[in-house]
Design a protein around this ligand. Structure first.
Ligand code: SAH
Length: 357
């Protein structure tokens, strides 16, 4: 049977519901309804996507012009991601089942949002495991190479065609505001990408060092600093582990540190190694904090839950010899909805810690 939609019954033949069907995938069924025989026609997609769009009502305002419009399973639309950057949309169709409905999805988005263009960032590697090809293509209108994102008083350039994910990391928008609210003195933004945290920190801190292993990302961070008229941000192209170790070695101190690493745990088998990595960078960051300094630290690994993350931080704090005060535990912003019974929808967690001594 080709990819598309199927009715699902249990072994006794009782109706379970309707699912997207991906014959070649490890995840062959993705439930979209508890009713069998649901017809996923254009009207169905329009209604489901309209609900997701309405969930963001009020989010796109004077504070920002970019947000996630569809967060996969979190919005009842498994394997579909849609991010809005100003007047343009970037979509990811991440399963064969969802790909089969591409036309209706594009029609619904066009009708609901009236974007100037839609870009499909279908270069994600999971598509291979769905038996799908990988490509980046404009599927409606036109989409520029660079889009200026406004975010709570700072501006940065997103790169929809070439940037990581869909061009920028929208999921840390609120965390940047939180980290900036306590920023001061010497600040460090580690795993900076194009400097989104650094830009926010720089409005309150004296100096900000933005560190990333990607030279391209750091070059963009420096450009973004200039775009905001900020002269107190320095970009450093370096491996974060090496950088933090060297800073600790020379006895450096920072009043403000942000750690926003990529997902260290890509699968279940790598959880132990990932936790070692998280502990390493957090332990060093804690040791680098000046008394009273704050650390905002995050993990975007699906496979490291909130409880594991907090235990790792507890472990790092104990080894650091510092008295670390937990000031806030953070999750995903409201445009990345988390379904409490579907742990995979809740990938992002963070904590704001203060060095109490
Ligand atoms: N903080 C960013 C998002 C970071 S994404 C934001 O708010 O937009 C993770 C970043 O870590 C990527 O830019 C990637 O280039 C970088 N990275 C991955 N491994 C790294 C390493 N070992 N050392 C330094 N940077 C690394």
């Amino acid at each position: 049977m080709p990819p598309g939609t199927v009715s699902v019954t249990d072994q006794q033949g009782r109706v379970v519901g309707t699912a997207l069907w991906s014959p070649d995938s490890e995840i062959s069924l993705r439930m979209v309804s508890r009713r069998a025989g649901e017809v996923l026609d254009a009207a169905w997609w329009h209604e489901r996507i309209a609900t997701a769009v309405a969930r963001r009502d009020g989010l796109l305002d004077t504070n920002t012009n970019a947000c996630r419009l569809v967060h996969g399973e979190g919005d009842g639309l498994p394997s579909l991601v849609v991010d809005r950057f100003d007047r343009w949309l970037v979509v990811q169709l991440l399963s064969a089942g969802i790909e089969a409905h591409r036309e209706s999805i594009v029609a619904a988005l066009t009708g609901l949002v009236r974007p100037e263009g839609i870009l499909a960032r279908n270069d994600a590697s999971v598509r291979t495991r769905e038996g799908l090809s990988r490509s980046v293509e404009v599927i409606a209108g036109s989409v520029p190479d660079a889009v200026e994102v406004r975010e709570h008083g700072v501006r940065y350039i997103a790169a929809p065609h070439t940037g990581q994910k869909t061009g920028a990391f929208l999921d840390q928008r609120e965390a940047r505001v939180l980290a900036a609210s306590v920023a001061r003195g010497r600040a460090l933004d580690v795993f900076s990408y194009h400097g989104s945290f650094a830009l926010h920190l720089a409005r309150r801190a004296t100096t900000v060092t933005a560190v990333d292993a990607s030279g391209v990302a750091i070059a963009r961070a420096v450009e973004n600093a200039a775009l905001n008229g900020l002269t107190n941000i320095t970009g450093v192209e370096a491996d974060a582990f090496d950088f933090l170790r060297a800073e600790e070695g020379r006895g450096a101190r920072y009043e403000t540190i942000v750690l926003d690493p990529p997902a260290f745990a890509k699968n279940r088998a790598s959880i132990t190694g990932a936790l070692r990595g998280y502990k390493d960078i957090n332990l060093r960051a804690m040791r680098l904090l000046a008394p009273g300094g704050t650390l905002y630290t995050a993990s975007c690994s699906y496979h490291v839950g909130k409880a594991d993350f907090l235990l790792m931080l507890q472990d790092a704090a104990a080894d650091s010899g510092r008295r670390m005060i937990l000031r806030a535990v953070t999750g995903q912003p409201s445009d990345h909805p988390e379904v409490i019974t579907i742990p995979e929808t809740g990938y992002l967690k963070g904590a704001l810690l203060e060095a109490g001594d």
